[in-house]
Ligand binder design. Structure first.
Ligand code: FES
Ligand code: FE2
Length: 372
């Protein structure tokens, strides 16, 4: 491990005096969350990994014990990115003048201060990190708001009969638009026409519940057919249970289960963790859970291809949608009963983004019918 030498004088340690306010400091309480910074295999002890969450630049690496570390990717000396530097002895060295930081962010070596260097009484901000289900999360709440919960668990991980894989996708849009898109059924017959679901001019009844920190949607469509369903997903024609769930502030979980929803014969889940990179840029980690019987491993390559095609259709519509949102810099939406879940999601996210001032959106239940 690298250790500190003698303390060197710091003749000036100015914090930011000018510059813009990054998103992290202008989103109310939305910073007090676990956000996915990367996948486990991307964070190593060999090479720094750069990530960006709420416009804060982060550098991640592992210490010699394999524990993931996250620091601000901005050297205290002249602000060069540490992610372009080197890892050695559990420390990270800046590529510009070699200032060296340990896993806590403490400056343990300033090479310009002598042949063996010297430590400076300065510390870079470090972030709480969790690693689970192949993902590395960072808590963005800062020292005044330490973690008060654990990251969202991926569904059915490790349960018999279930397999899973991740997809990682960059979208040119913000988290509110993305979570709405992932929960939105009416768009599937337009954006994914022929791929996921075709227009059948059928009514669908839904129940939409808003809780303190979630929006839960149950659809009454036991005979719905999705793309490849009949052949692959539901050969026995069992009734389908379809639920869409949004968990504040950035997670959606979509379940299609066939047979008994408590112990489905077959089914799949789509869980999306949206990481806000900047106002109109997000990175989404999509966990696909599959239970398709003994053929699941054989079907997985086909499903990887299929889900990639579907998600790219969303990437395209979200890009042009995001362009319009950016052009006007705000939203002016018209909503019908089919958009009930969207309105509920916006109410929860807006309240948090506004710093939780004013009355909190009340828990409520609504029923609505829409056509696909
Ligand atoms: S900018 Fe990092 S050591 Fe100078
Ligand atoms: Fe979609």
């Amino acid at each position: 491990m690298c250790t500190a030498q003698d303390l060197t004088d710091v003749i000036a340690a100015d914090r930011l005096t000018r510059g813009r306010t990054i998103m992290r400091h202008s989103v109310g309480t939305l910073d007090r969350q676990w956000y996915v910074a990367g996948r486990s295999h991307q964070v190593t002890a060999k090479k720094p990994f750069a990530a960006q969450i709420l416009e804060e630049k982060l550098v991640l690496f592992r210490d010699p014990a394999g524990r993931p570390v996250a620091l601000v990717d901005r050297c205290l000396h002249r602000n060069a990115p540490l992610s372009e530097g080197d890892l050695f002895d559990g420390c990270i060295g800046c590529p510009y003048h070699g200032w060296t930081y340990d896993r806590s962010g403490a400056v343990v070596n300033v090479p310009a201060e002598g042949p063996s260097g010297a430590a400076a009484p300065l510390r870079l901000e470090s972030f709480p990190v969790r690693e689970r289900d192949g993902l590395v999360w960072v808590w963005m709440g800062g020292p005044d708001h330490p973690p008060d919960r654990e990251p969202f668990p991926m569904p059915n991980e490790g349960l018999p009969g279930w397999r899973s894989y991740f997809m990682e996708t960059d979208f040119d849009n913000g988290v509110t638009a993305l979570v709405e898109n992932f929960m939105d059924v009416p768009h599937t017959v337009w954006v994914h026409r022929g791929w996921f679901r075709s227009r059948s001019r059928k009514p669908v009844d839904m129940k939409v519940e808003r809780t303190d920190d979630a929006v839960l949607v149950t659809y009454d469509q036991p005979a719905d057919e999705i793309g490849f369903t009949r052949l692959v997903l539901n050969p026995k024609g069992l009734p389908m249970t379809h639920t869409d769930r949004f968990y504040m502030p950035n997670v959606t979980r979509v379940d299609y289960l066939y047979g008994d929803p408590e112990d489905p014969a077959t089914g799949f889940t789509i869980t999306s963790q949206c990481t806000p990179v900047s106002p109109l840029r997000s990175r989404v980690y999509t966990h696909i859970g599959l239970k398709l019987g003994p053929l699941t491993p054989l079907l997985e390559p086909f499903l990887r291809f299929y889900t990639r095609q579907v998600i790219e259709q969303d990437v395209d519509i979200m890009r042009v949608h995001g362009r319009n949102m950016g052009h006007y810099g705000g939203r002016q939406f018209a909503s019908t009963p089919a958009d009930t879940l969207h309105v509920f999601i916006e109410s929860l996210r807006d309240w948090a983004e506004g710093g939780e001032r004013g009355p909190k959106p009340e828990p409520t239940v609504a029923e609505a019918r829409f056509w696909i």
